[in-house]
Ligand binder design. Sequence first.
Ligand SMILES: [Zn+2]
Ligand SMILES: [Zn+2]
Length: 349
Amino acid sequence: MKAGVLYGIKDIKCVDIEEPTLKSDDDVKVEVCYCGICGSDIPRVNAGSAHYFPIVLGHEFSGIIKEVGKNVKNVKVGDHVSVAPLIPCDNCIDCKNGNYSLCKNYTFIGSRIQGGFAEYVVVPSKNVVKFKDEVDFKEGAMFEPSTVALHGIRCADYKDGENVLVIGCGTIGAFTIQWLKILGAKKITVSVRSQRSAELAKRLGADCVLFSTSENFVDEANMVTNSRGFDYVFDAVGSQETIFDSFKTVANKGTIAMIGTPIDEVKFSVKMWEYINRKEFHLTGSWMSYSYPFPGSEWTDTKEAFETGKLKLDDEMINKIYDLENIENAFEDIDKKKPSGRTLIKIKK
Ligand SMILES: [Zn+2]
Ligand SMILES: [Zn+2]
């Protein structure tokens, strides 16, 4: 089969490798349709943070069930599925508590074992989430980022707050906006850096858009909340700037959830530290997207929201689609252009 194999830093090529076979009676074989390039794949390819070489990455994918093991009951050949990439140990204290995202001994499809930049992937049947044929395979490849957004909202113990701020309108930000809307937020403000993102945020349900590049950003945010601050802030970026924007704009006793993946070091000034004390806000992180029963309601709610059309894949959320043969160019272009939408690899012709 064809697969995009990563051999070393910036050395990814589409080559022929052996097609995987079922390893247990609980496994299924998925013929991959689309696989997204996650923000976390970029340093794995371009900066050498992959666990080993050679490896086939890709953990955001959809496909068709091609083969099922003897014990498999949840799907049959021909079903359309998205794949939850985490394989938790099921034995550690976090797994026992249903916090699979925090598992200490997990493996992961597409970062530790073969992923979706390939024609076929063999995965445990409990990792596949079946969706109706009406849902597009491109949407199926976007289940994972949607679940990450929803998990972040759950980590913040979100209750329908009056004033919500989402920082960033990349893939995770775009899903966070949509989920907040679905969950009944009354007023959603989004902070962005570009006009394109501003328009996307509005199409997805933002009531108000702020430009984080504005000199008067904090004053403008205060105007939205009558100087109370936002009850919930979701940082879907994770930079020094956005973390401080969240400290400055959150309400007293409010909640900040960090969903973004940090890339650079963050330095705290006394002033910034003071915000934490003076506002007595709650700050939480968010990691992956799983809950009990595995893979969790993040996944079943995502599937349902796509099936009912509540969640949308706006064209602007997709940067570009490349064939598997051109996977090398996809990563080169991302490195050069740093696009904000998802780049997808189209695998099944
Ligand atoms: Zn991802
Ligand atoms: Zn575990």
